[in-house]
Design a protein around this ligand. Structure first.
Ligand SMILES: Cc1cc2nc3c(=O)[nH]c(=O)nc-3n(C[C@H](O)[C@H](O)[C@H](O)COP(=O)(O)O)c2cc1C
Length: 146
């Protein structure tokens, strides 16, 4: 039995749908899966266990990948990770987006991984498929020991 903790954000529900796919897999595996949404209304708290962050991409300010392109809607999750020692417990990032955004596909997760110095474990589009969830699950499970 492995305990998997996930912090995520979901503005339009796609990431939430992916989380639900992971939850189904966890139940089959007999693992404990705890996913918490982090939004603007979430109070800061001190994480005490390892977790992965799952973040979609919402960007403003152009079509490139430079500093003029800024994160929107997902900022609360990044700020939560920065709070206290929460960064210390972050083991990896899973990201999503829409490939129509070309070079900006999945850019927020790529930025989080770089900023927090953890692996960018997996990327998927929109709600992700069941197969995507299985791949992602197999990649994150070892990050929680066993
Ligand atoms: C205003 C807006 C900007 C977006 N910008 C990007 C982007 O820069 N790169 C990308 O890969 N996807 C982008 N997307 C697609 C979202 O990341 C994608 O729809 C994702 O599945 C949304 O997740 P959610 O439903 O959990 O909020 C954008 C979507 C919207 C509505």
């Amino acid at each position: 039995m492995t305990k998997i903790n996930v912090l995520y954000t979901s503005t339009e529900g796609n990431t939430k749908s992916f989380i639900e796919k992971l939850q189904v897999i966890a139940e089959k595996e007999g693992d404990v899966f705890e996913a918490r949404v982090i939004g603007d209304e979430t109070d800061y708290a001190n994480e005490t266990e390892p977790y992965v962050a799952i973040v979609p991409t919402y960007l403003n300010g152009g079509t490139g990948t430079g500093p003029e392109v800024t994160e929107i809607f997902t900022n609360a999750l990044g700020e939560y990770i920065e709070f206290g020692r929460n960064q210390h417990y972050l083991k990896g990032v899973i990201g999503s987006g829409n490939r129509n955004f070309n070079v900006q596909f999945n850019l927020t997760a790529i930025r989080y991984a770089k900023k927090f110095n953890v692996p960018m474990v997996f990327a998927y589009e929109l709600r992700g498929s069941k197969f995507d969830a299985e791949k992602a699950y197999a990649l994150i499970r070892p990050l929680f020991g066993e």
